[in-house]
Design a protein around this ligand. Structure first.
Ligand SMILES: [Zn+2]
Length: 345
């Protein structure tokens, strides 16, 4: 089976009463987002909703029709996080059909910033990471966009999920578990009886999720992410139902790979600073990107922004671990190796 077979449109029953529905995305990097339709009483609960695009909505309607449901029978959206490929279709469909939308409370600061028209606040982060050129390029790209159109896609949820919360549906209980890291308010939904984890972007089978790509970024997003990986590793093993990629048999197996990946990246990041690089941007230029180890300069704008943010997240964890020290020089964060004092002198 081809690596991308999972993006084929349709509704695929992956567990009794649980259907995986891949929906299209406008940028081809991620290819598609999985929405999971869970049969519940006489209707459906959707985990994640897709990006509010006409084509995605048509595919969702068709897939639901294939399993005998209409959009109006979706009575609830349980969303894993605020990114538009997960949240925005829920907002649009709620206006038409009145479904209830739930989201983790850690997304509140970023959502409020977007609704207050401060979505560009993260440009300041790029400057601190030594990538003012990316901030300028991005500002140029935003200029072409209709801000009102972008705002139309966002609104408050009906319910903020706070802490670990058991959500009783008609025929099953889903436990919402906060897993900050990919975003500050990311949650996964666990069906313990069926041994399923609806993992959103927290654990993905083929790629590593971006870390802290959001307007109101956490202090230490990679530290949060590693803690959240260890948290789900402490649960009994379950099947992995990810938002991007095919269903996989073991959450534990993939979490172990992701933890190892980040230890390797932390090692490479430290080596780059030891080699004389000082800013997140300089270090990003020394590292390979994506599974194909592409050079930073060959990445598109969006991926360069993710790369620099990702590098900053790793540098900051090395600071917390005592390997590096950081200081702000002319508005740019500079990282230095902390040399252990020589013994006996
Ligand atoms: Zn996503």
């Amino acid at each position: 089976m081809s690596k991308h077979a999972w993006i084929e449109p349709g509704a695929f029953e992956v567990a009794p009463g649980v259907h995986r529905i891949p929906l299209p995305l406008p940028m081809d990097g991620l290819r598609a987002v999985n929405v999971y339709a869970v049969e519940d009483g006489d209707g459906l609960v959707l985990i994640d909703s897709g990006w509010a695009l006409d084509e995605a909505r048509k595919q969702l309607e068709k897939a639901l029709d294939d399993i005998g449901f209409g959009l109006e029978q979706v009575h609830r959206f349980l969303v894993t996080h605020l990114h538009r490929d997960h949240y925005t279709m829920a907002v649009v469909l709620r206006k038409l059909f009145g479904a209830k939308v739930s989201l983790g409370i850690g997304e509140q600061p970023t959502l409020n910033a977007i609704l207050n028209g401060e979505g560009e606040r993260h440009l300041a982060d790029l400057v601190r990471w030594g990538a003012a050129d990316l901030a300028d390029e991005l500002r140029g790209a935003y200029r072409g966009q209709d801000a009102a159109e972008s705002l139309r896609l966002y609104d408050q949820p009906d319910e903020w999920l706070e802490g670990t919360t058991d959500i009783a549906l008609h025929e099953r209980v889903l436990r919402a578990v906060p897993t900050p890291g990919h975003t500050n308010g990311h949650v996964v939904y666990v069906d313990a009886a069926e041994q399923l984890m609806f993992a959103g972007d927290h654990v993905l089978p083929h790629i590593t999720p971006s870390i802290g790509f959001e307007t109101a970024r956490a202090e230490l997003p990679l530290g949060d992410y590693l803690d959240s990986l260890r948290l789900v590793r402490s649960f009994p093993d379950m099947r992995l139902l990810p938002a991007h990629g095919p269903v996989a048999p073991s959450v534990h197996h993939r979490v172990d790979e992701l933890l190892q990946h980040h230890e390797d990246r932390l090692g490479a990041t430290l080596a780059a600073v030891q080699g004389g690089e000082h800013t997140a941007r300089e270090v990003a230029e020394k590292l390979g990107w994506t599974s194909r180890q592409r050079a930073y300069k060959d990445l598109n704008l969006f991926d360069r922004i993710l790369a620099v943010g990702e590098t900053n997240a790793h540098l900051d964890v090395l600071v917390v671990r005592g390997e590096l020290a950081s200081s702000l020089v002319d508005g740019v964060l500079q990282y230095e190796v902390v040399r252990p004092a020589a013994a006996g002198r």
